[in-house]
Design a protein around this ligand. Structure first.
Ligand code: 13P
Ligand code: SF4
Length: 321
């Protein structure tokens, strides 16, 4: 992320009906709006596609419009750019990063790979274009075990999320997976002790957790799945109360489909902060989305020599999924 942060200016004036203006600009720019479930409700409702990382990458591969507006975090928009070198890709706030991607710098990762000669590399999509370019295959939380199984018993590095990696190692029966020690600041905040106490108060509740959570949280879950998996199970489950260990942006799609269910976010370690909300995802706002569509910036770019390498493991994942 080299460009100047784009935060919108206080001097800007906005149309009274911001959502209508955004819809109009989307038409005028021949743009598609892709949004992750962790975006605010109004942004999800304006999107052409709302999804988890896998669905958004698959949608990006099929785009036929001139512009992609990506309401998510930088690595997601970067993946869309890698798949669409000739289209303009913009993001409302260029500072919308990710602790997992930031915690795995490409130079250090290159050394890590060199320390494990003969190992293939599976990287979680939550990483930079440079790290993707060093990888043999990309995965998301929806397909990680399947992507790992693809390598049989070949020595394998899994990066950058150690919690997802530990869960995948169990799922794919690969206890020898070599894990990069990264983590998500949001999912690591869920408290195993608080969750156990909550379960006592709601004995009939089903617990649904994202695999980026710590092992002691995952051990208490009835289902471990991607955001799409969590939403689908919430809708289909016979349980009336659901305890959800992921960012509460997913509540919007569940509430739209099953408004009578009781949704409880798993407790965080520090109840006094909103640490369970992704601070990066939430940098994108309706106002910044409006300006981004109006001005077609800030733009997400990827150097061509990196892009050419990074596209290979992404397309491979999409073929295998
Ligand atoms: P999903 O692929 O499950 O949507 O997860 C993305 C993410 O960043 C979770 O923190
Ligand atoms: Fe990254 Fe965690 Fe935010 Fe997902 S929730 S984008 S993994 S910091």
């Amino acid at each position: 992320m080299t460009a100047t942060p784009f935060t919108g200016s206080e001097k800007e004036s906005f149309p009274d009906d911001l959502e209508a203006a955004i819809r109009q600009l989307k038409e005028d720019r021949n743009a598609i709006l892709l949004a992750h479930y962790y975006q605010e409700d109004e942004i999800q409702d304006l999107a052409d596609v709302v999804g988890d990382s896998l669905a958004l990458a698959a949608a990006a591969q099929k785009v036929d419009r001139d512009v992609i507006v990506f309401c998510g975090v930088h690595f997601m928009a970067e993946t869309a750019k890698i798949l669409n070198p000739d289209r303009k890709v913009v993001i409302p706030d260029l500072e919308a990063g990710c602790s997992l991607a930031d915690g795995c710098p490409a130079p250090e990762f290159k050394e890590f790979i060199a320390d494990h000669p003969g190992a293939a590399v599976v990287s979680y999509i939550n990483c930079s274009a440079e790290v993707k370019a060093l990888s043999d295959l990309i995965c998301t939380s929806a397909n990680a075990a399947k992507m790992v199984r693809h390598f049989g018993d070949q020595p394998l590095i899994f990066a950058p999320d150690r919690h997802l990696g530990r869960w995948v190692a169990k799922e794919a029966n690969r206890p020898d997976l070599i894990l990069w020690p990264g983590s998500c600041i949001v999912h690591e905040q869920f408290s195993a002790k608080g969750l156990a106490q909550l379960k006592v108060r709601h004995p009939d509740a089903e617990v649904l957790a994202h695999p980026e959570c710590e092992e002691a949280v995952l051990d208490q879950a009835d289902l471990i799945a991607s955001t799409t998996g969590i939403i689908n199970r919430s809708v289909e489950s016979p349980a009336k109360t659901l305890i959800i260990a992921t960012e509460d942006g997913v509540f919007h799609q569940i509430e739209k489909q099953v408004p009578d269910k009781v949704l409880i976010q798993a407790p965080g370690m520090d109840e006094s902060c909103a640490c369970n909300r992704c601070p990066y995802m939430r940098l994108n706002t309706l106002e910044k989305l409006y300006l981004c569509l109006r001005d077609l910036k800030p733009e997400v770019t990827v150097p061509e020599e990196i892009r050419r390498k990074a596209v290979i493991p992404i397309e491979r994942m999409l073929e295998l999924s």
